[in-house]
Design a protein around this ligand. Structure first.
Ligand code: SF4
Length: 260
């Protein structure tokens, strides 16, 4: 499945990155614990395509981290239902992606038949005691309050408890020109420099040809070598220059964050 307006090129046909192994994840969990990290997130593509995802989540919980898994809640997740069920607890949040609160617009983005499967997965998570969150989109021209009300109506209709909250991401237009971010922007826009993901988070990825994973600034820029920060979390703690168009478009002007 490839989303129509994917802006991080994470479709199944992009094989620039390969799955992390459990051993590689455990090494980073040890380092994260030493550094006092609070939350571990798993994203993809679709994280349930990695056959080791459940042991990875279990290992993260065992270390005492809060854990966030971003998923489409479709068939890749369903195959792990039995293994996943015992992990339903407060420190694990599963965030389901729904591109809209209507089936029509969701399926325009994700393809025919994708709505019923995602709703089935979302309801299974809710019915089985998982702390569920939902990530949706606020369409251009769509009023925020209307979008929130639409999702609230949907959750009531399908009797899903979304205790982890709703986060709405802005639609990104990759062709739109965006201003460069300077230090003055923070005051002008009323945005805090601590708000972008790169101010407090890092992502670990493994390029196809590499011997080992490395750390990048954020989930939005997994391929750009300018945002590759070395092989350790400790070495990747320095400041990140916000010199990619995604920085302005998504994080500073759009105000989006992937943390829980
Ligand atoms: S896109 Fe830029 S501003 Fe946003 S988290 Fe990544 S590096 Fe930071």
């Amino acid at each position: 499945m490839t989303c129509k307006t994917c802006y991080i090129e994470s479709s199944p046909t992009n094989d620039a990155l390969v799955y992390l192994t459990l051993a590689e994840v455990e090494e980073y969990l040890d380092e994260a614990e030493q550094l006092g990290v609070r939350e571990i997130g798993f994203t993809g593509g679709e994280p349930f395509m990695n056959r080791d995802i459940v042991p990875m989540v279990a290992a993260s919980l065992k270390h005492g981290f809060e854990v966030l898994v971003l998923t489409n809640a479709m068939r890749p997740m369903w195959r792990f239902k039995a293994a996943l069920r015992p992990l339903a607890r407060e420190r694990l949040t599963i965030r389901v992606s729904l591109d809209h609160h209507t089936s029509e617009i969701h399926e325009q983005e994700r393809g025919l038949g994708s709505w019923a499967k995602a709703i089935e997965g979302l309801c299974w998570l809710s019915d089985n005691g998982f702390r569920v969150a939902v990530a949706g989109r606020q369409l251009p021209g769509e009023d925020l309050a209307e979008a929130q009300a639409g999702y609230a109506r949907l959750f009531t209709e399908i009797s899903a408890e979304v205790a982890g909250g709703l986060v709405l991401f802005p639609e990104m237009d990759e062709t739109a020109d965006v201003p460069e971010i300077s230090e003055h922007c923070w005051n002008i826009l009323g945005v805090s420099p601590s708000s972008p993901m790169c101010a407090s988070s890092r992502m670990v990825v493994k390029p196809k040809e590499a011997d080992r994973p490395h750390v990048v600034s954020c989930t939005l820029l997994p391929y750009d070598p300018q945002f590759a920060l070395g092989s350790t979390l400790a070495g990747a703690r320095g400041p990140v220059p916000l010199n990619h168009p995604h920085c302005a478009r998504f994080c500073v002007l759009g105000g989006a964050s992937c943390s829980s």
